[in-house]
Ligand binder design. Sequence first.
Ligand SMILES: Cc1cc2nc3c(=O)[nH]c(=O)nc-3n(C[C@H](O)[C@H](O)[C@H](O)COP(=O)(O)O)c2cc1C
Length: 158
Amino acid sequence: MRLLVGGVTVLTTATGDEKRGMTATAVCSLSAEPPRVLACINMSGEMFRLVGQSGALTVNFLGAGHEDIAMMFGGARPSDDPLDRLQWVEGSNGAPRFSEAVAALECTVADVFPYGTHAIVICDVQNIETNENPHPLVYVNGRFEHLAAADHRKLDPQ
Ligand SMILES: Cc1cc2nc3c(=O)[nH]c(=O)nc-3n(C[C@H](O)[C@H](O)[C@H](O)COP(=O)(O)O)c2cc1C
């Protein structure tokens, strides 16, 4: 799997008094009509617990320059909350949205399929926000890279 290029996202969610972000590459599109994506989330983590409570999940696509954010949300946590140190806004689904994300899909959770250690979380996309950053961040062979091929053209979110 190290040789499969993955787009890097930070999944976010929030309940009344708790919020959480988690770096994830196991995210892909499911259908266009209705707009749906899926994310595979480890059931032993805090993120899965909170998503179950909130029923809301935002998929924030990271871009060039966001490598430190991917690291921050992809492992052991510092004592302070990384979400407090970044430019987040509250999205339409109540989850934090990273205002500098290449794109953010604001979703509600439609279904959850536990399988082994992880769950396949099916998400209905309710709202999409995009930015001008034309360099999506990818993860391959244990490293973060961004797409040089996209350098000369602006990505069209349509
Ligand atoms: C590049 C990268 C991709 C990751 N992708 C996923 C993923 O798709 N699903 C997952 O459950 N964890 C993934 N992880 C691990 C989680 O980000 C990490 O275990 C996180 O600390 C779990 O947070 P939690 O304790 O809030 O659940 C990934 C980590 C990195 C660095």
